[in-house]
Design a protein around this ligand. Structure first.
Ligand SMILES: [Zn+2]
Length: 170
């Protein structure tokens, strides 16, 4: 089992840079607005938690939002963009551009420890974690490569017998 301390050492450079972009941003209120926008398929994770929200900046009088989808062609991306526009519109901000950056590709390593804990609490095993999110047992097996969505696999616990989704490691 990988300890929390060990994971912190393994934060990829892209994720460190993403966190720095937010920490150094002159527009913290814009970032805070989008903390209310969650993954359409995993409502406990914000786009920030997920690592999809890469940057928010003002370019002239417009707001430029940069996203990296969890995988190219992810069907949730259209909904994410609509939700971002709706959230800004509620705050009276309508001059919004959203661009996708596909490189470097999103990695499940960009999920924070907090995001992994939220996933487990929601009943989804985080990437690389084969323990049952319901009872914590390691006595589990994978049932199918695809769960409720393409980015999740279906597993079953051999102790509590409950099925569960695992967010795939990418
Ligand atoms: Zn279980």
């Amino acid at each position: 089992m990988v300890s929390a301390a060990r994971r912190i050492e393994l934060v990829p450079a892209e994720e460190t840079e993403r966190r720095a972009r937010r920490d150094c941003s002159k527009e913290p209120e814009l970032w805070a607005l989008l903390d209310a926008v969650t993954d359409p398929e995993i409502p406990v994770l914000s786009l920030w938690d997920l690592g999809v929200l890469q940057n928010i900046e003002r370019v002239g009088h417009r707001i430029l939002v940069t996203l990296t989808p969890t995988y190219s062609g992810c069907p949730a991306l259209v909904t994410m963009q609509e939700d971002i526009r709706a959230r800004f519109a509620e705050a009276g901000l309508t001059d919004v551009d959203i661009v996708q950056v596909l490189s470097p590709a999103w990695s499940s390593q960009w999920l924070s420890q907090a995001a992994r804990e939220k996933l487990t609490a929601y009943g989804i095993a985080p990437p690389g974690d084969e323990r049952c999110p319901h009872c914590g047992s390691s006595n589990t097996h994978r049932v199918a490569e695809f769960g409720s969505t393409a980015c999740k696999a279906m597993w079953r616990c051999d102790d509590c017998l409950e099925p569960f989704d695992q967010f795939k490691a990418i």
